[in-house]
Structures are given as C-alpha cells and as structure tokens.
Design a protein around this ligand. Structure first.
Ligand code: MLC
Ligand code: AMP
Length: 511
C-alpha cells in the first residue's frame, strides 16, 4: 500500500527546484530557508528521533518559541511516524505537568530558558529525553541532530494512524487531547488548498503561533501543499505585517489581528493591493470588522470555521463563481464535510432555525486521548461530532455561528474554559466560590472576568487574586478584571446565572 504519511504528500508538493526560497523570516535580519533546507533539516531531526529507538507512535511534546526550526521539528516528527504534541508557550508548570503526565511523551522539547523546570516535570513523569530549542537556533536539539544524515525515508503510515494530539480544555476543567490522524490532516489540507486556490506564486504572511490548528496546520499545510513561499513572523506586529503585504498574497489571522491592523493608518487599498486573500477564523469576526476591512482595503475578508477536533469545517467561497462571501456567516460546509444543525432531541432543524452544530467527515478526529467515555459522549448515535457550537444554516447552506452550548471564552483566538480558572481561584485562601465569564472586548473579542465571593470573615483583594493566578496559569487565561461580591446570582435550581453576570460586567472591559 502507498505510504499515507502526511509528510509524503507535503514533500511531493515541493517545487522541482529545491533551491527556491520556501520560508523567509520577516522580523529581524531576513533568513532564507530553501525547499532543500526543509527537506534536509527535517531529515536530520527525523534521523535523531530514529536513533533514540523510541516505541512506535511516541508522543513528542513541544513547547518552544516560534521558529522555522520548530516547524522542521514538526515535519521531522511526521517523517519519523511519531505523534506531535504542541503546547502553548504561555503554559506554566501546573499546565505542562498535566499534559506530560497525561500524554506520557517519550521526548519533550522546550525552550532553553525553561529547561530546569520543564525537565524536572518530564523526567519525574518518565520522559526519556528532554531537548532544548531556542528561537535563535540554539539548544541541544539541533546540536544533537547536526551529525545525523540529511536523508531520511518517511516511515510508512496509514491514513488512520495518529499524527498529532492537540489539547483542548474541557468544560469540566480537565484538558482533553484531540487525536488527529495523518488522513484527517491531509484530507483537510487538500480541500483547503483547492478551495482557497493555492498557487506556487502565492506568498503567505504567517504571523500566528504554531501550537494550534490555525497556524500549525491550516496556514503551514496550505503553503507547503501549494509549493508557496512563507513570510515568517515570529510574533504578530500589525505595522510590519501591513508593510510586507506589498510582496505577499495571502494572510490568515484571528479577528484580533485584523482589528489591530485596522487601527494602523498605513492600512489602505494601496498597501493591500498585492494581496488576493485575507482569511479570518478561530473566533467570531464582528460585522463591524468585516465592513471596516472592506471599506479601507476594498477587499472582502473570507471567514471560515474550524476547531481542534475537526480542523476546518466551513468556509466562505474564495472564487466569486462559487458564491458571495457573506458577512456574519462562516460559509457553507467544505466539500466532503457534512454539517448539520439539530435541535435538543437531535432532529435536523429547518433552514433558519437555531440549533446545535454537528459534523462528520474525513477531517473529524478519532477521539480524545485515553478518554473513551468522553469521546462516546461527544458523538451522536449516527457518528456526528457535537461541536458545542450553536448556529443556523440558511437556505443556501451557509452556516452562521450564534453562540456556544459549551461554557467557553475565546479571547484573541485562545480558548479559556471558565471551569478551569474557577478551580484555580477556588483553591486560593479566603475564596468561597467564583464564577468566570467572558465579556465583550474591543481587542480580544472577549475578555476573561472573574466574580469572586469571600469565605465568611475573609477579606479578598482583586489584584492579589490576579497576581496569584499570574504565577500559576498561562497569562492569557488570567482575568482582566476580578470583582469581589457578597454573593453570586443563582436560579431556582441553585445554578449560577452567568448571563446576569455577563450583563452586569459587559461594559467594563472596553467592549
Ligand atoms: C496575549 N494576551 C492576551 C492574549 N494574548 N490576553 C487575552 N487573550 C489573548 N489572546 C495578553 C498577555 O497575557 C499579556 O498580558 C499581554 O497580552 C501581552 O502578551 P503578548 O504575548 O505580547 O500579546 P500579543 O503578542 O499582543 O498577542 C495577542 C495575539 C495573540 C492576538 C497576537 O493572542 C495571538 O497570536 N492569538 C492567536 C491565537 C491563535 O492562533 N488561535 C488559533 C486557535 S486554533 P500580561 O498582563 O501578562 O502582560 C482554533 C481553531 C480554528 O481556534 O478554527 O482556527
Ligand atoms: P479550538 O478548540 O481552539 O480549536 O476552538 C474551536 C472553536 O473556535 C470552535 O468550536 C468555535 O467555537 C470557535 N471558532 C472557530 N472559528 C470560528 C468562527 N469563524 N466564528 C466563530 N467561532 C469560531
């Protein structure tokens, strides 16, 4: 049988002339990586992994700053047939400890600056190897890979073999590892590549982190499959992104990136004239942002919808011949994806009626890592995945997301699960209980806000709570505001009325 390793398909799309530039770094002095560099650099790291004699399908957990070498490491893990497990750079010891204990990676790669604490966690959880990788090519990973051969034949994989695990936080506070296969990723990448008309002369502005679906899979796979050059930003900078649009054609971003570019006077029709496609996703795009972008640039943003468990699900059309890009919608389901809206009883809703969004297709993940019961709960009897998003389909099949049935806050494209933050707050001395909510925020779309009740006789200070949380959890999860109140509003069943709290605090974070 042919080798269905995702890397084989990506490699087959490299241009014939491997001396062409594949990636150019766009912040700092420009570094150029040719397609040959991608081939040989990832081969060396893959050979290092092979030399470690790891069990098949070992998890390789990676928490490093964004760098081209970190992308090579991802390609190397695919080549070597292991399982890539990317981790947000903002995660601190408690979060990393959970992921490492749960996934039991054979290899952990971390930033040199974090080696002391990450290696302590990893070694005590039984990880055999901890390497370091800095964003300046420093660290033991590249040193150890350097003597290895730059030729490597990708390990045979089937479409259903595991390629990556992406942790998504759970509504109960426990993170779940979404298991994505080579087939899930490749089928989706091919679909996006076709739907978004990728060409070899496209140039992608890559300014997203590479530890989530959006930057790692959607952006990188599209460019690699297109044989297209990437302008590689280690961090998003609105001025710099606009300045480089003169030589780029495609950009992908969460809505916050477009909001921040709109705040720049340099954003204009002239500045974006060379661009053919600006794609938004991962969080709701406000119609105000959509309209402002059209007005300033003459271009229509293309909004699409996806999630870690399914990669991409729906997209507004790229070509005008396929239909209009409708503001406020995420477009029709992608080819091959079945997307339906059902009522509480699981029956399909008629067009225009709001219900639960469920999906099926070759892109949908196999399940949550070592959580068979949780996996079973999240699928319908006829095999549709329950997204936890609430929406509607119009008569032409365009989907609109109107909310979420899962208690989730999306802040600047990062997911924050209130239950997890409430757990940390409730453990602080003097705290009786808490409720964490999302409120509108002009920059991040939603901001995290905590409402906290003190134990009888205890005195609580909001800024002390913020400071305590900052030392324990990723910074983007820390509430932007903490309100200490006498009691939380509850309904007759005793359930906290978060909708009332959201109304009370809506106007207070610049929303
Ligand atoms: C940073 N901060 C945030 C934040 N990002 N706060 C809330 N929400 C966020 N998203 C805070 C930090 O805690 C810090 O606060 C301060 O801002 C500065 O940090 P920074 O790292 O310098 O911020 P910045 O570079 O400005 O980052 C903003 C951002 C970033 C929008 C560029 O958040 C980002 O890259 N978001 C994209 C996320 C993404 O790729 N999502 C895709 C998920 S995949 P303090 O107080 O500590 O100083 C997915 C599926 C799909 O959802 O459909 O795609
Ligand atoms: P994640 O778990 O990080 O993959 O986030 C997935 C969630 O992001 C989805 O379930 C949606 O709630 C949300 N999302 C992604 N794209 C969009 C979009 N275009 N509009 C609204 N929400 C989105």
């Amino acid at each position: 049988m042919s080798n269905q390793n995702l890397f084989v398909a990506l490699r087959a799309a490299f241009p014939a002339d491997l001396s062409r530039t594949a990636i150019e770094t766009a912040d700092g002095p420009p570094l150029r990586y040719t397609w040959a560099d991608l081939e040989h650099g990832s081969a060396r790291i893959a050979n290092l992994l092979v030399s470690l004699d790891l069990p098949a399908a070992s998890r390789i957990a990676v928490q490093t700053d964004k760098s081209v070498e970190a992308l090579l490491l991802y390609l190397a893990v695919l080549r070597a047939g292991h399982v890539f497990l990317p981790l947000n750079t903002a995660y601190q010891a408690a979060e990393i400890g959970y992921f490492i204990t749960n996934a039991e990676p054979a290899v952990v790669v971390c930033s040199p600056k974090n080696f002391a604490w990450v290696s302590r966690i990893a070694f005590s959880a039984g990880t055999a190897h901890v390497f370091t990788l800095g964003d300046d090519r420093s660290g033991s990973l590249l040193q150890r890979a350097a003597p290895h051969s730059d030729l490597h034949a990708p390990v045979q994989r089937n479409a259903e073999d595991l390629a990556a695990i992406l942790y998504t936080s759970g509504t109960t506070g426990r993170s779940k590892g979404a298991m994505l296969s080579h087939g899930n990723l490749l089928s989706n990448a091919r679909t996006l590549n076709r739907c978004w008309d990728w060409q070899a002369d496209d140039v992608l502005i890559h300014a997203l982190p590479i530890f989530h679906v959006h930057g790692l899979f959607v952006a990188s796979h599209c460019a690699l499959l297109g044989g297209s050059k990437i302008l590689w930003f280690s961090k998003f900078d609105p001025k710099a992104a606009i300045a480089r649009m003169a030589e780029a054609t495609v950009m992908m971003g969460v809505p916050t990136l477009y909001v921040r570019m709109l705040a720049e006077p340099s954003l204009s029709r002239a500045a974006t004239a060379h661009m053919r496609l600006c794609i938004s996703g991962s969080a709701p795009l406000l119609v105000e942002t959509f309209d402002a972008w059209t007005e300033r640039t003459g271009m229509t943003l293309l909004e699409r919808y996806g999630m870690s468990e399914t990669v991409m699900l729906a997209s507004n059309p790229c070509r005008a011949s396929d239909g209009p890009r409708l503001r406020g919608t995420v477009g029709p389901a992608l080819p091959g994806v079945q997307l339906r809206v059902v009522d509480d009883a699981g029956s399909p809703c008629p067009a225009g009626e709001i219900g639960h969004i469920q999906v099926k297709g070759p892109n949908v993940f196999a399940g949550y890592w070592r959580m068979p019961e949780k996996t079973a709960e999240e699928f319908s009897a006829d095999g549709y995945f329950k997204t936890g998003d609430v929406g509607q389909l119009d008569a032409n099949g365009y989907a609109t997301i109107v909310g979420r049935s899962k208690d989730l806050i999306i802040s600047g494209g990062y997911n924050v699960y209130p239950a997890e933050i409430e757990g940390f707050i409730n453990d602080l001395p003097g705290v009786q209980e808490s409720a964490v909510i999302g409120v509108p925020h002009a920059d991040f779309g939603e901001a995290v806000v905590a409402v906290v009740v003190a134990k009888p006789g205890a005195r609580l200070d909001g800024s002390a709570i913020t400071a305590a949380l900052k030392s324990q959890i990723a910074n983007f999860k820390v509430p932007k505001q903490v309100h200490v109140v006498e009691q939380l509003p509850r309904n007759a069943m005793g359930k906290v009325q978060k909708n009332l709290l959201r109304e009370q605090h809506a106007a207070q974070t610049g929303g």
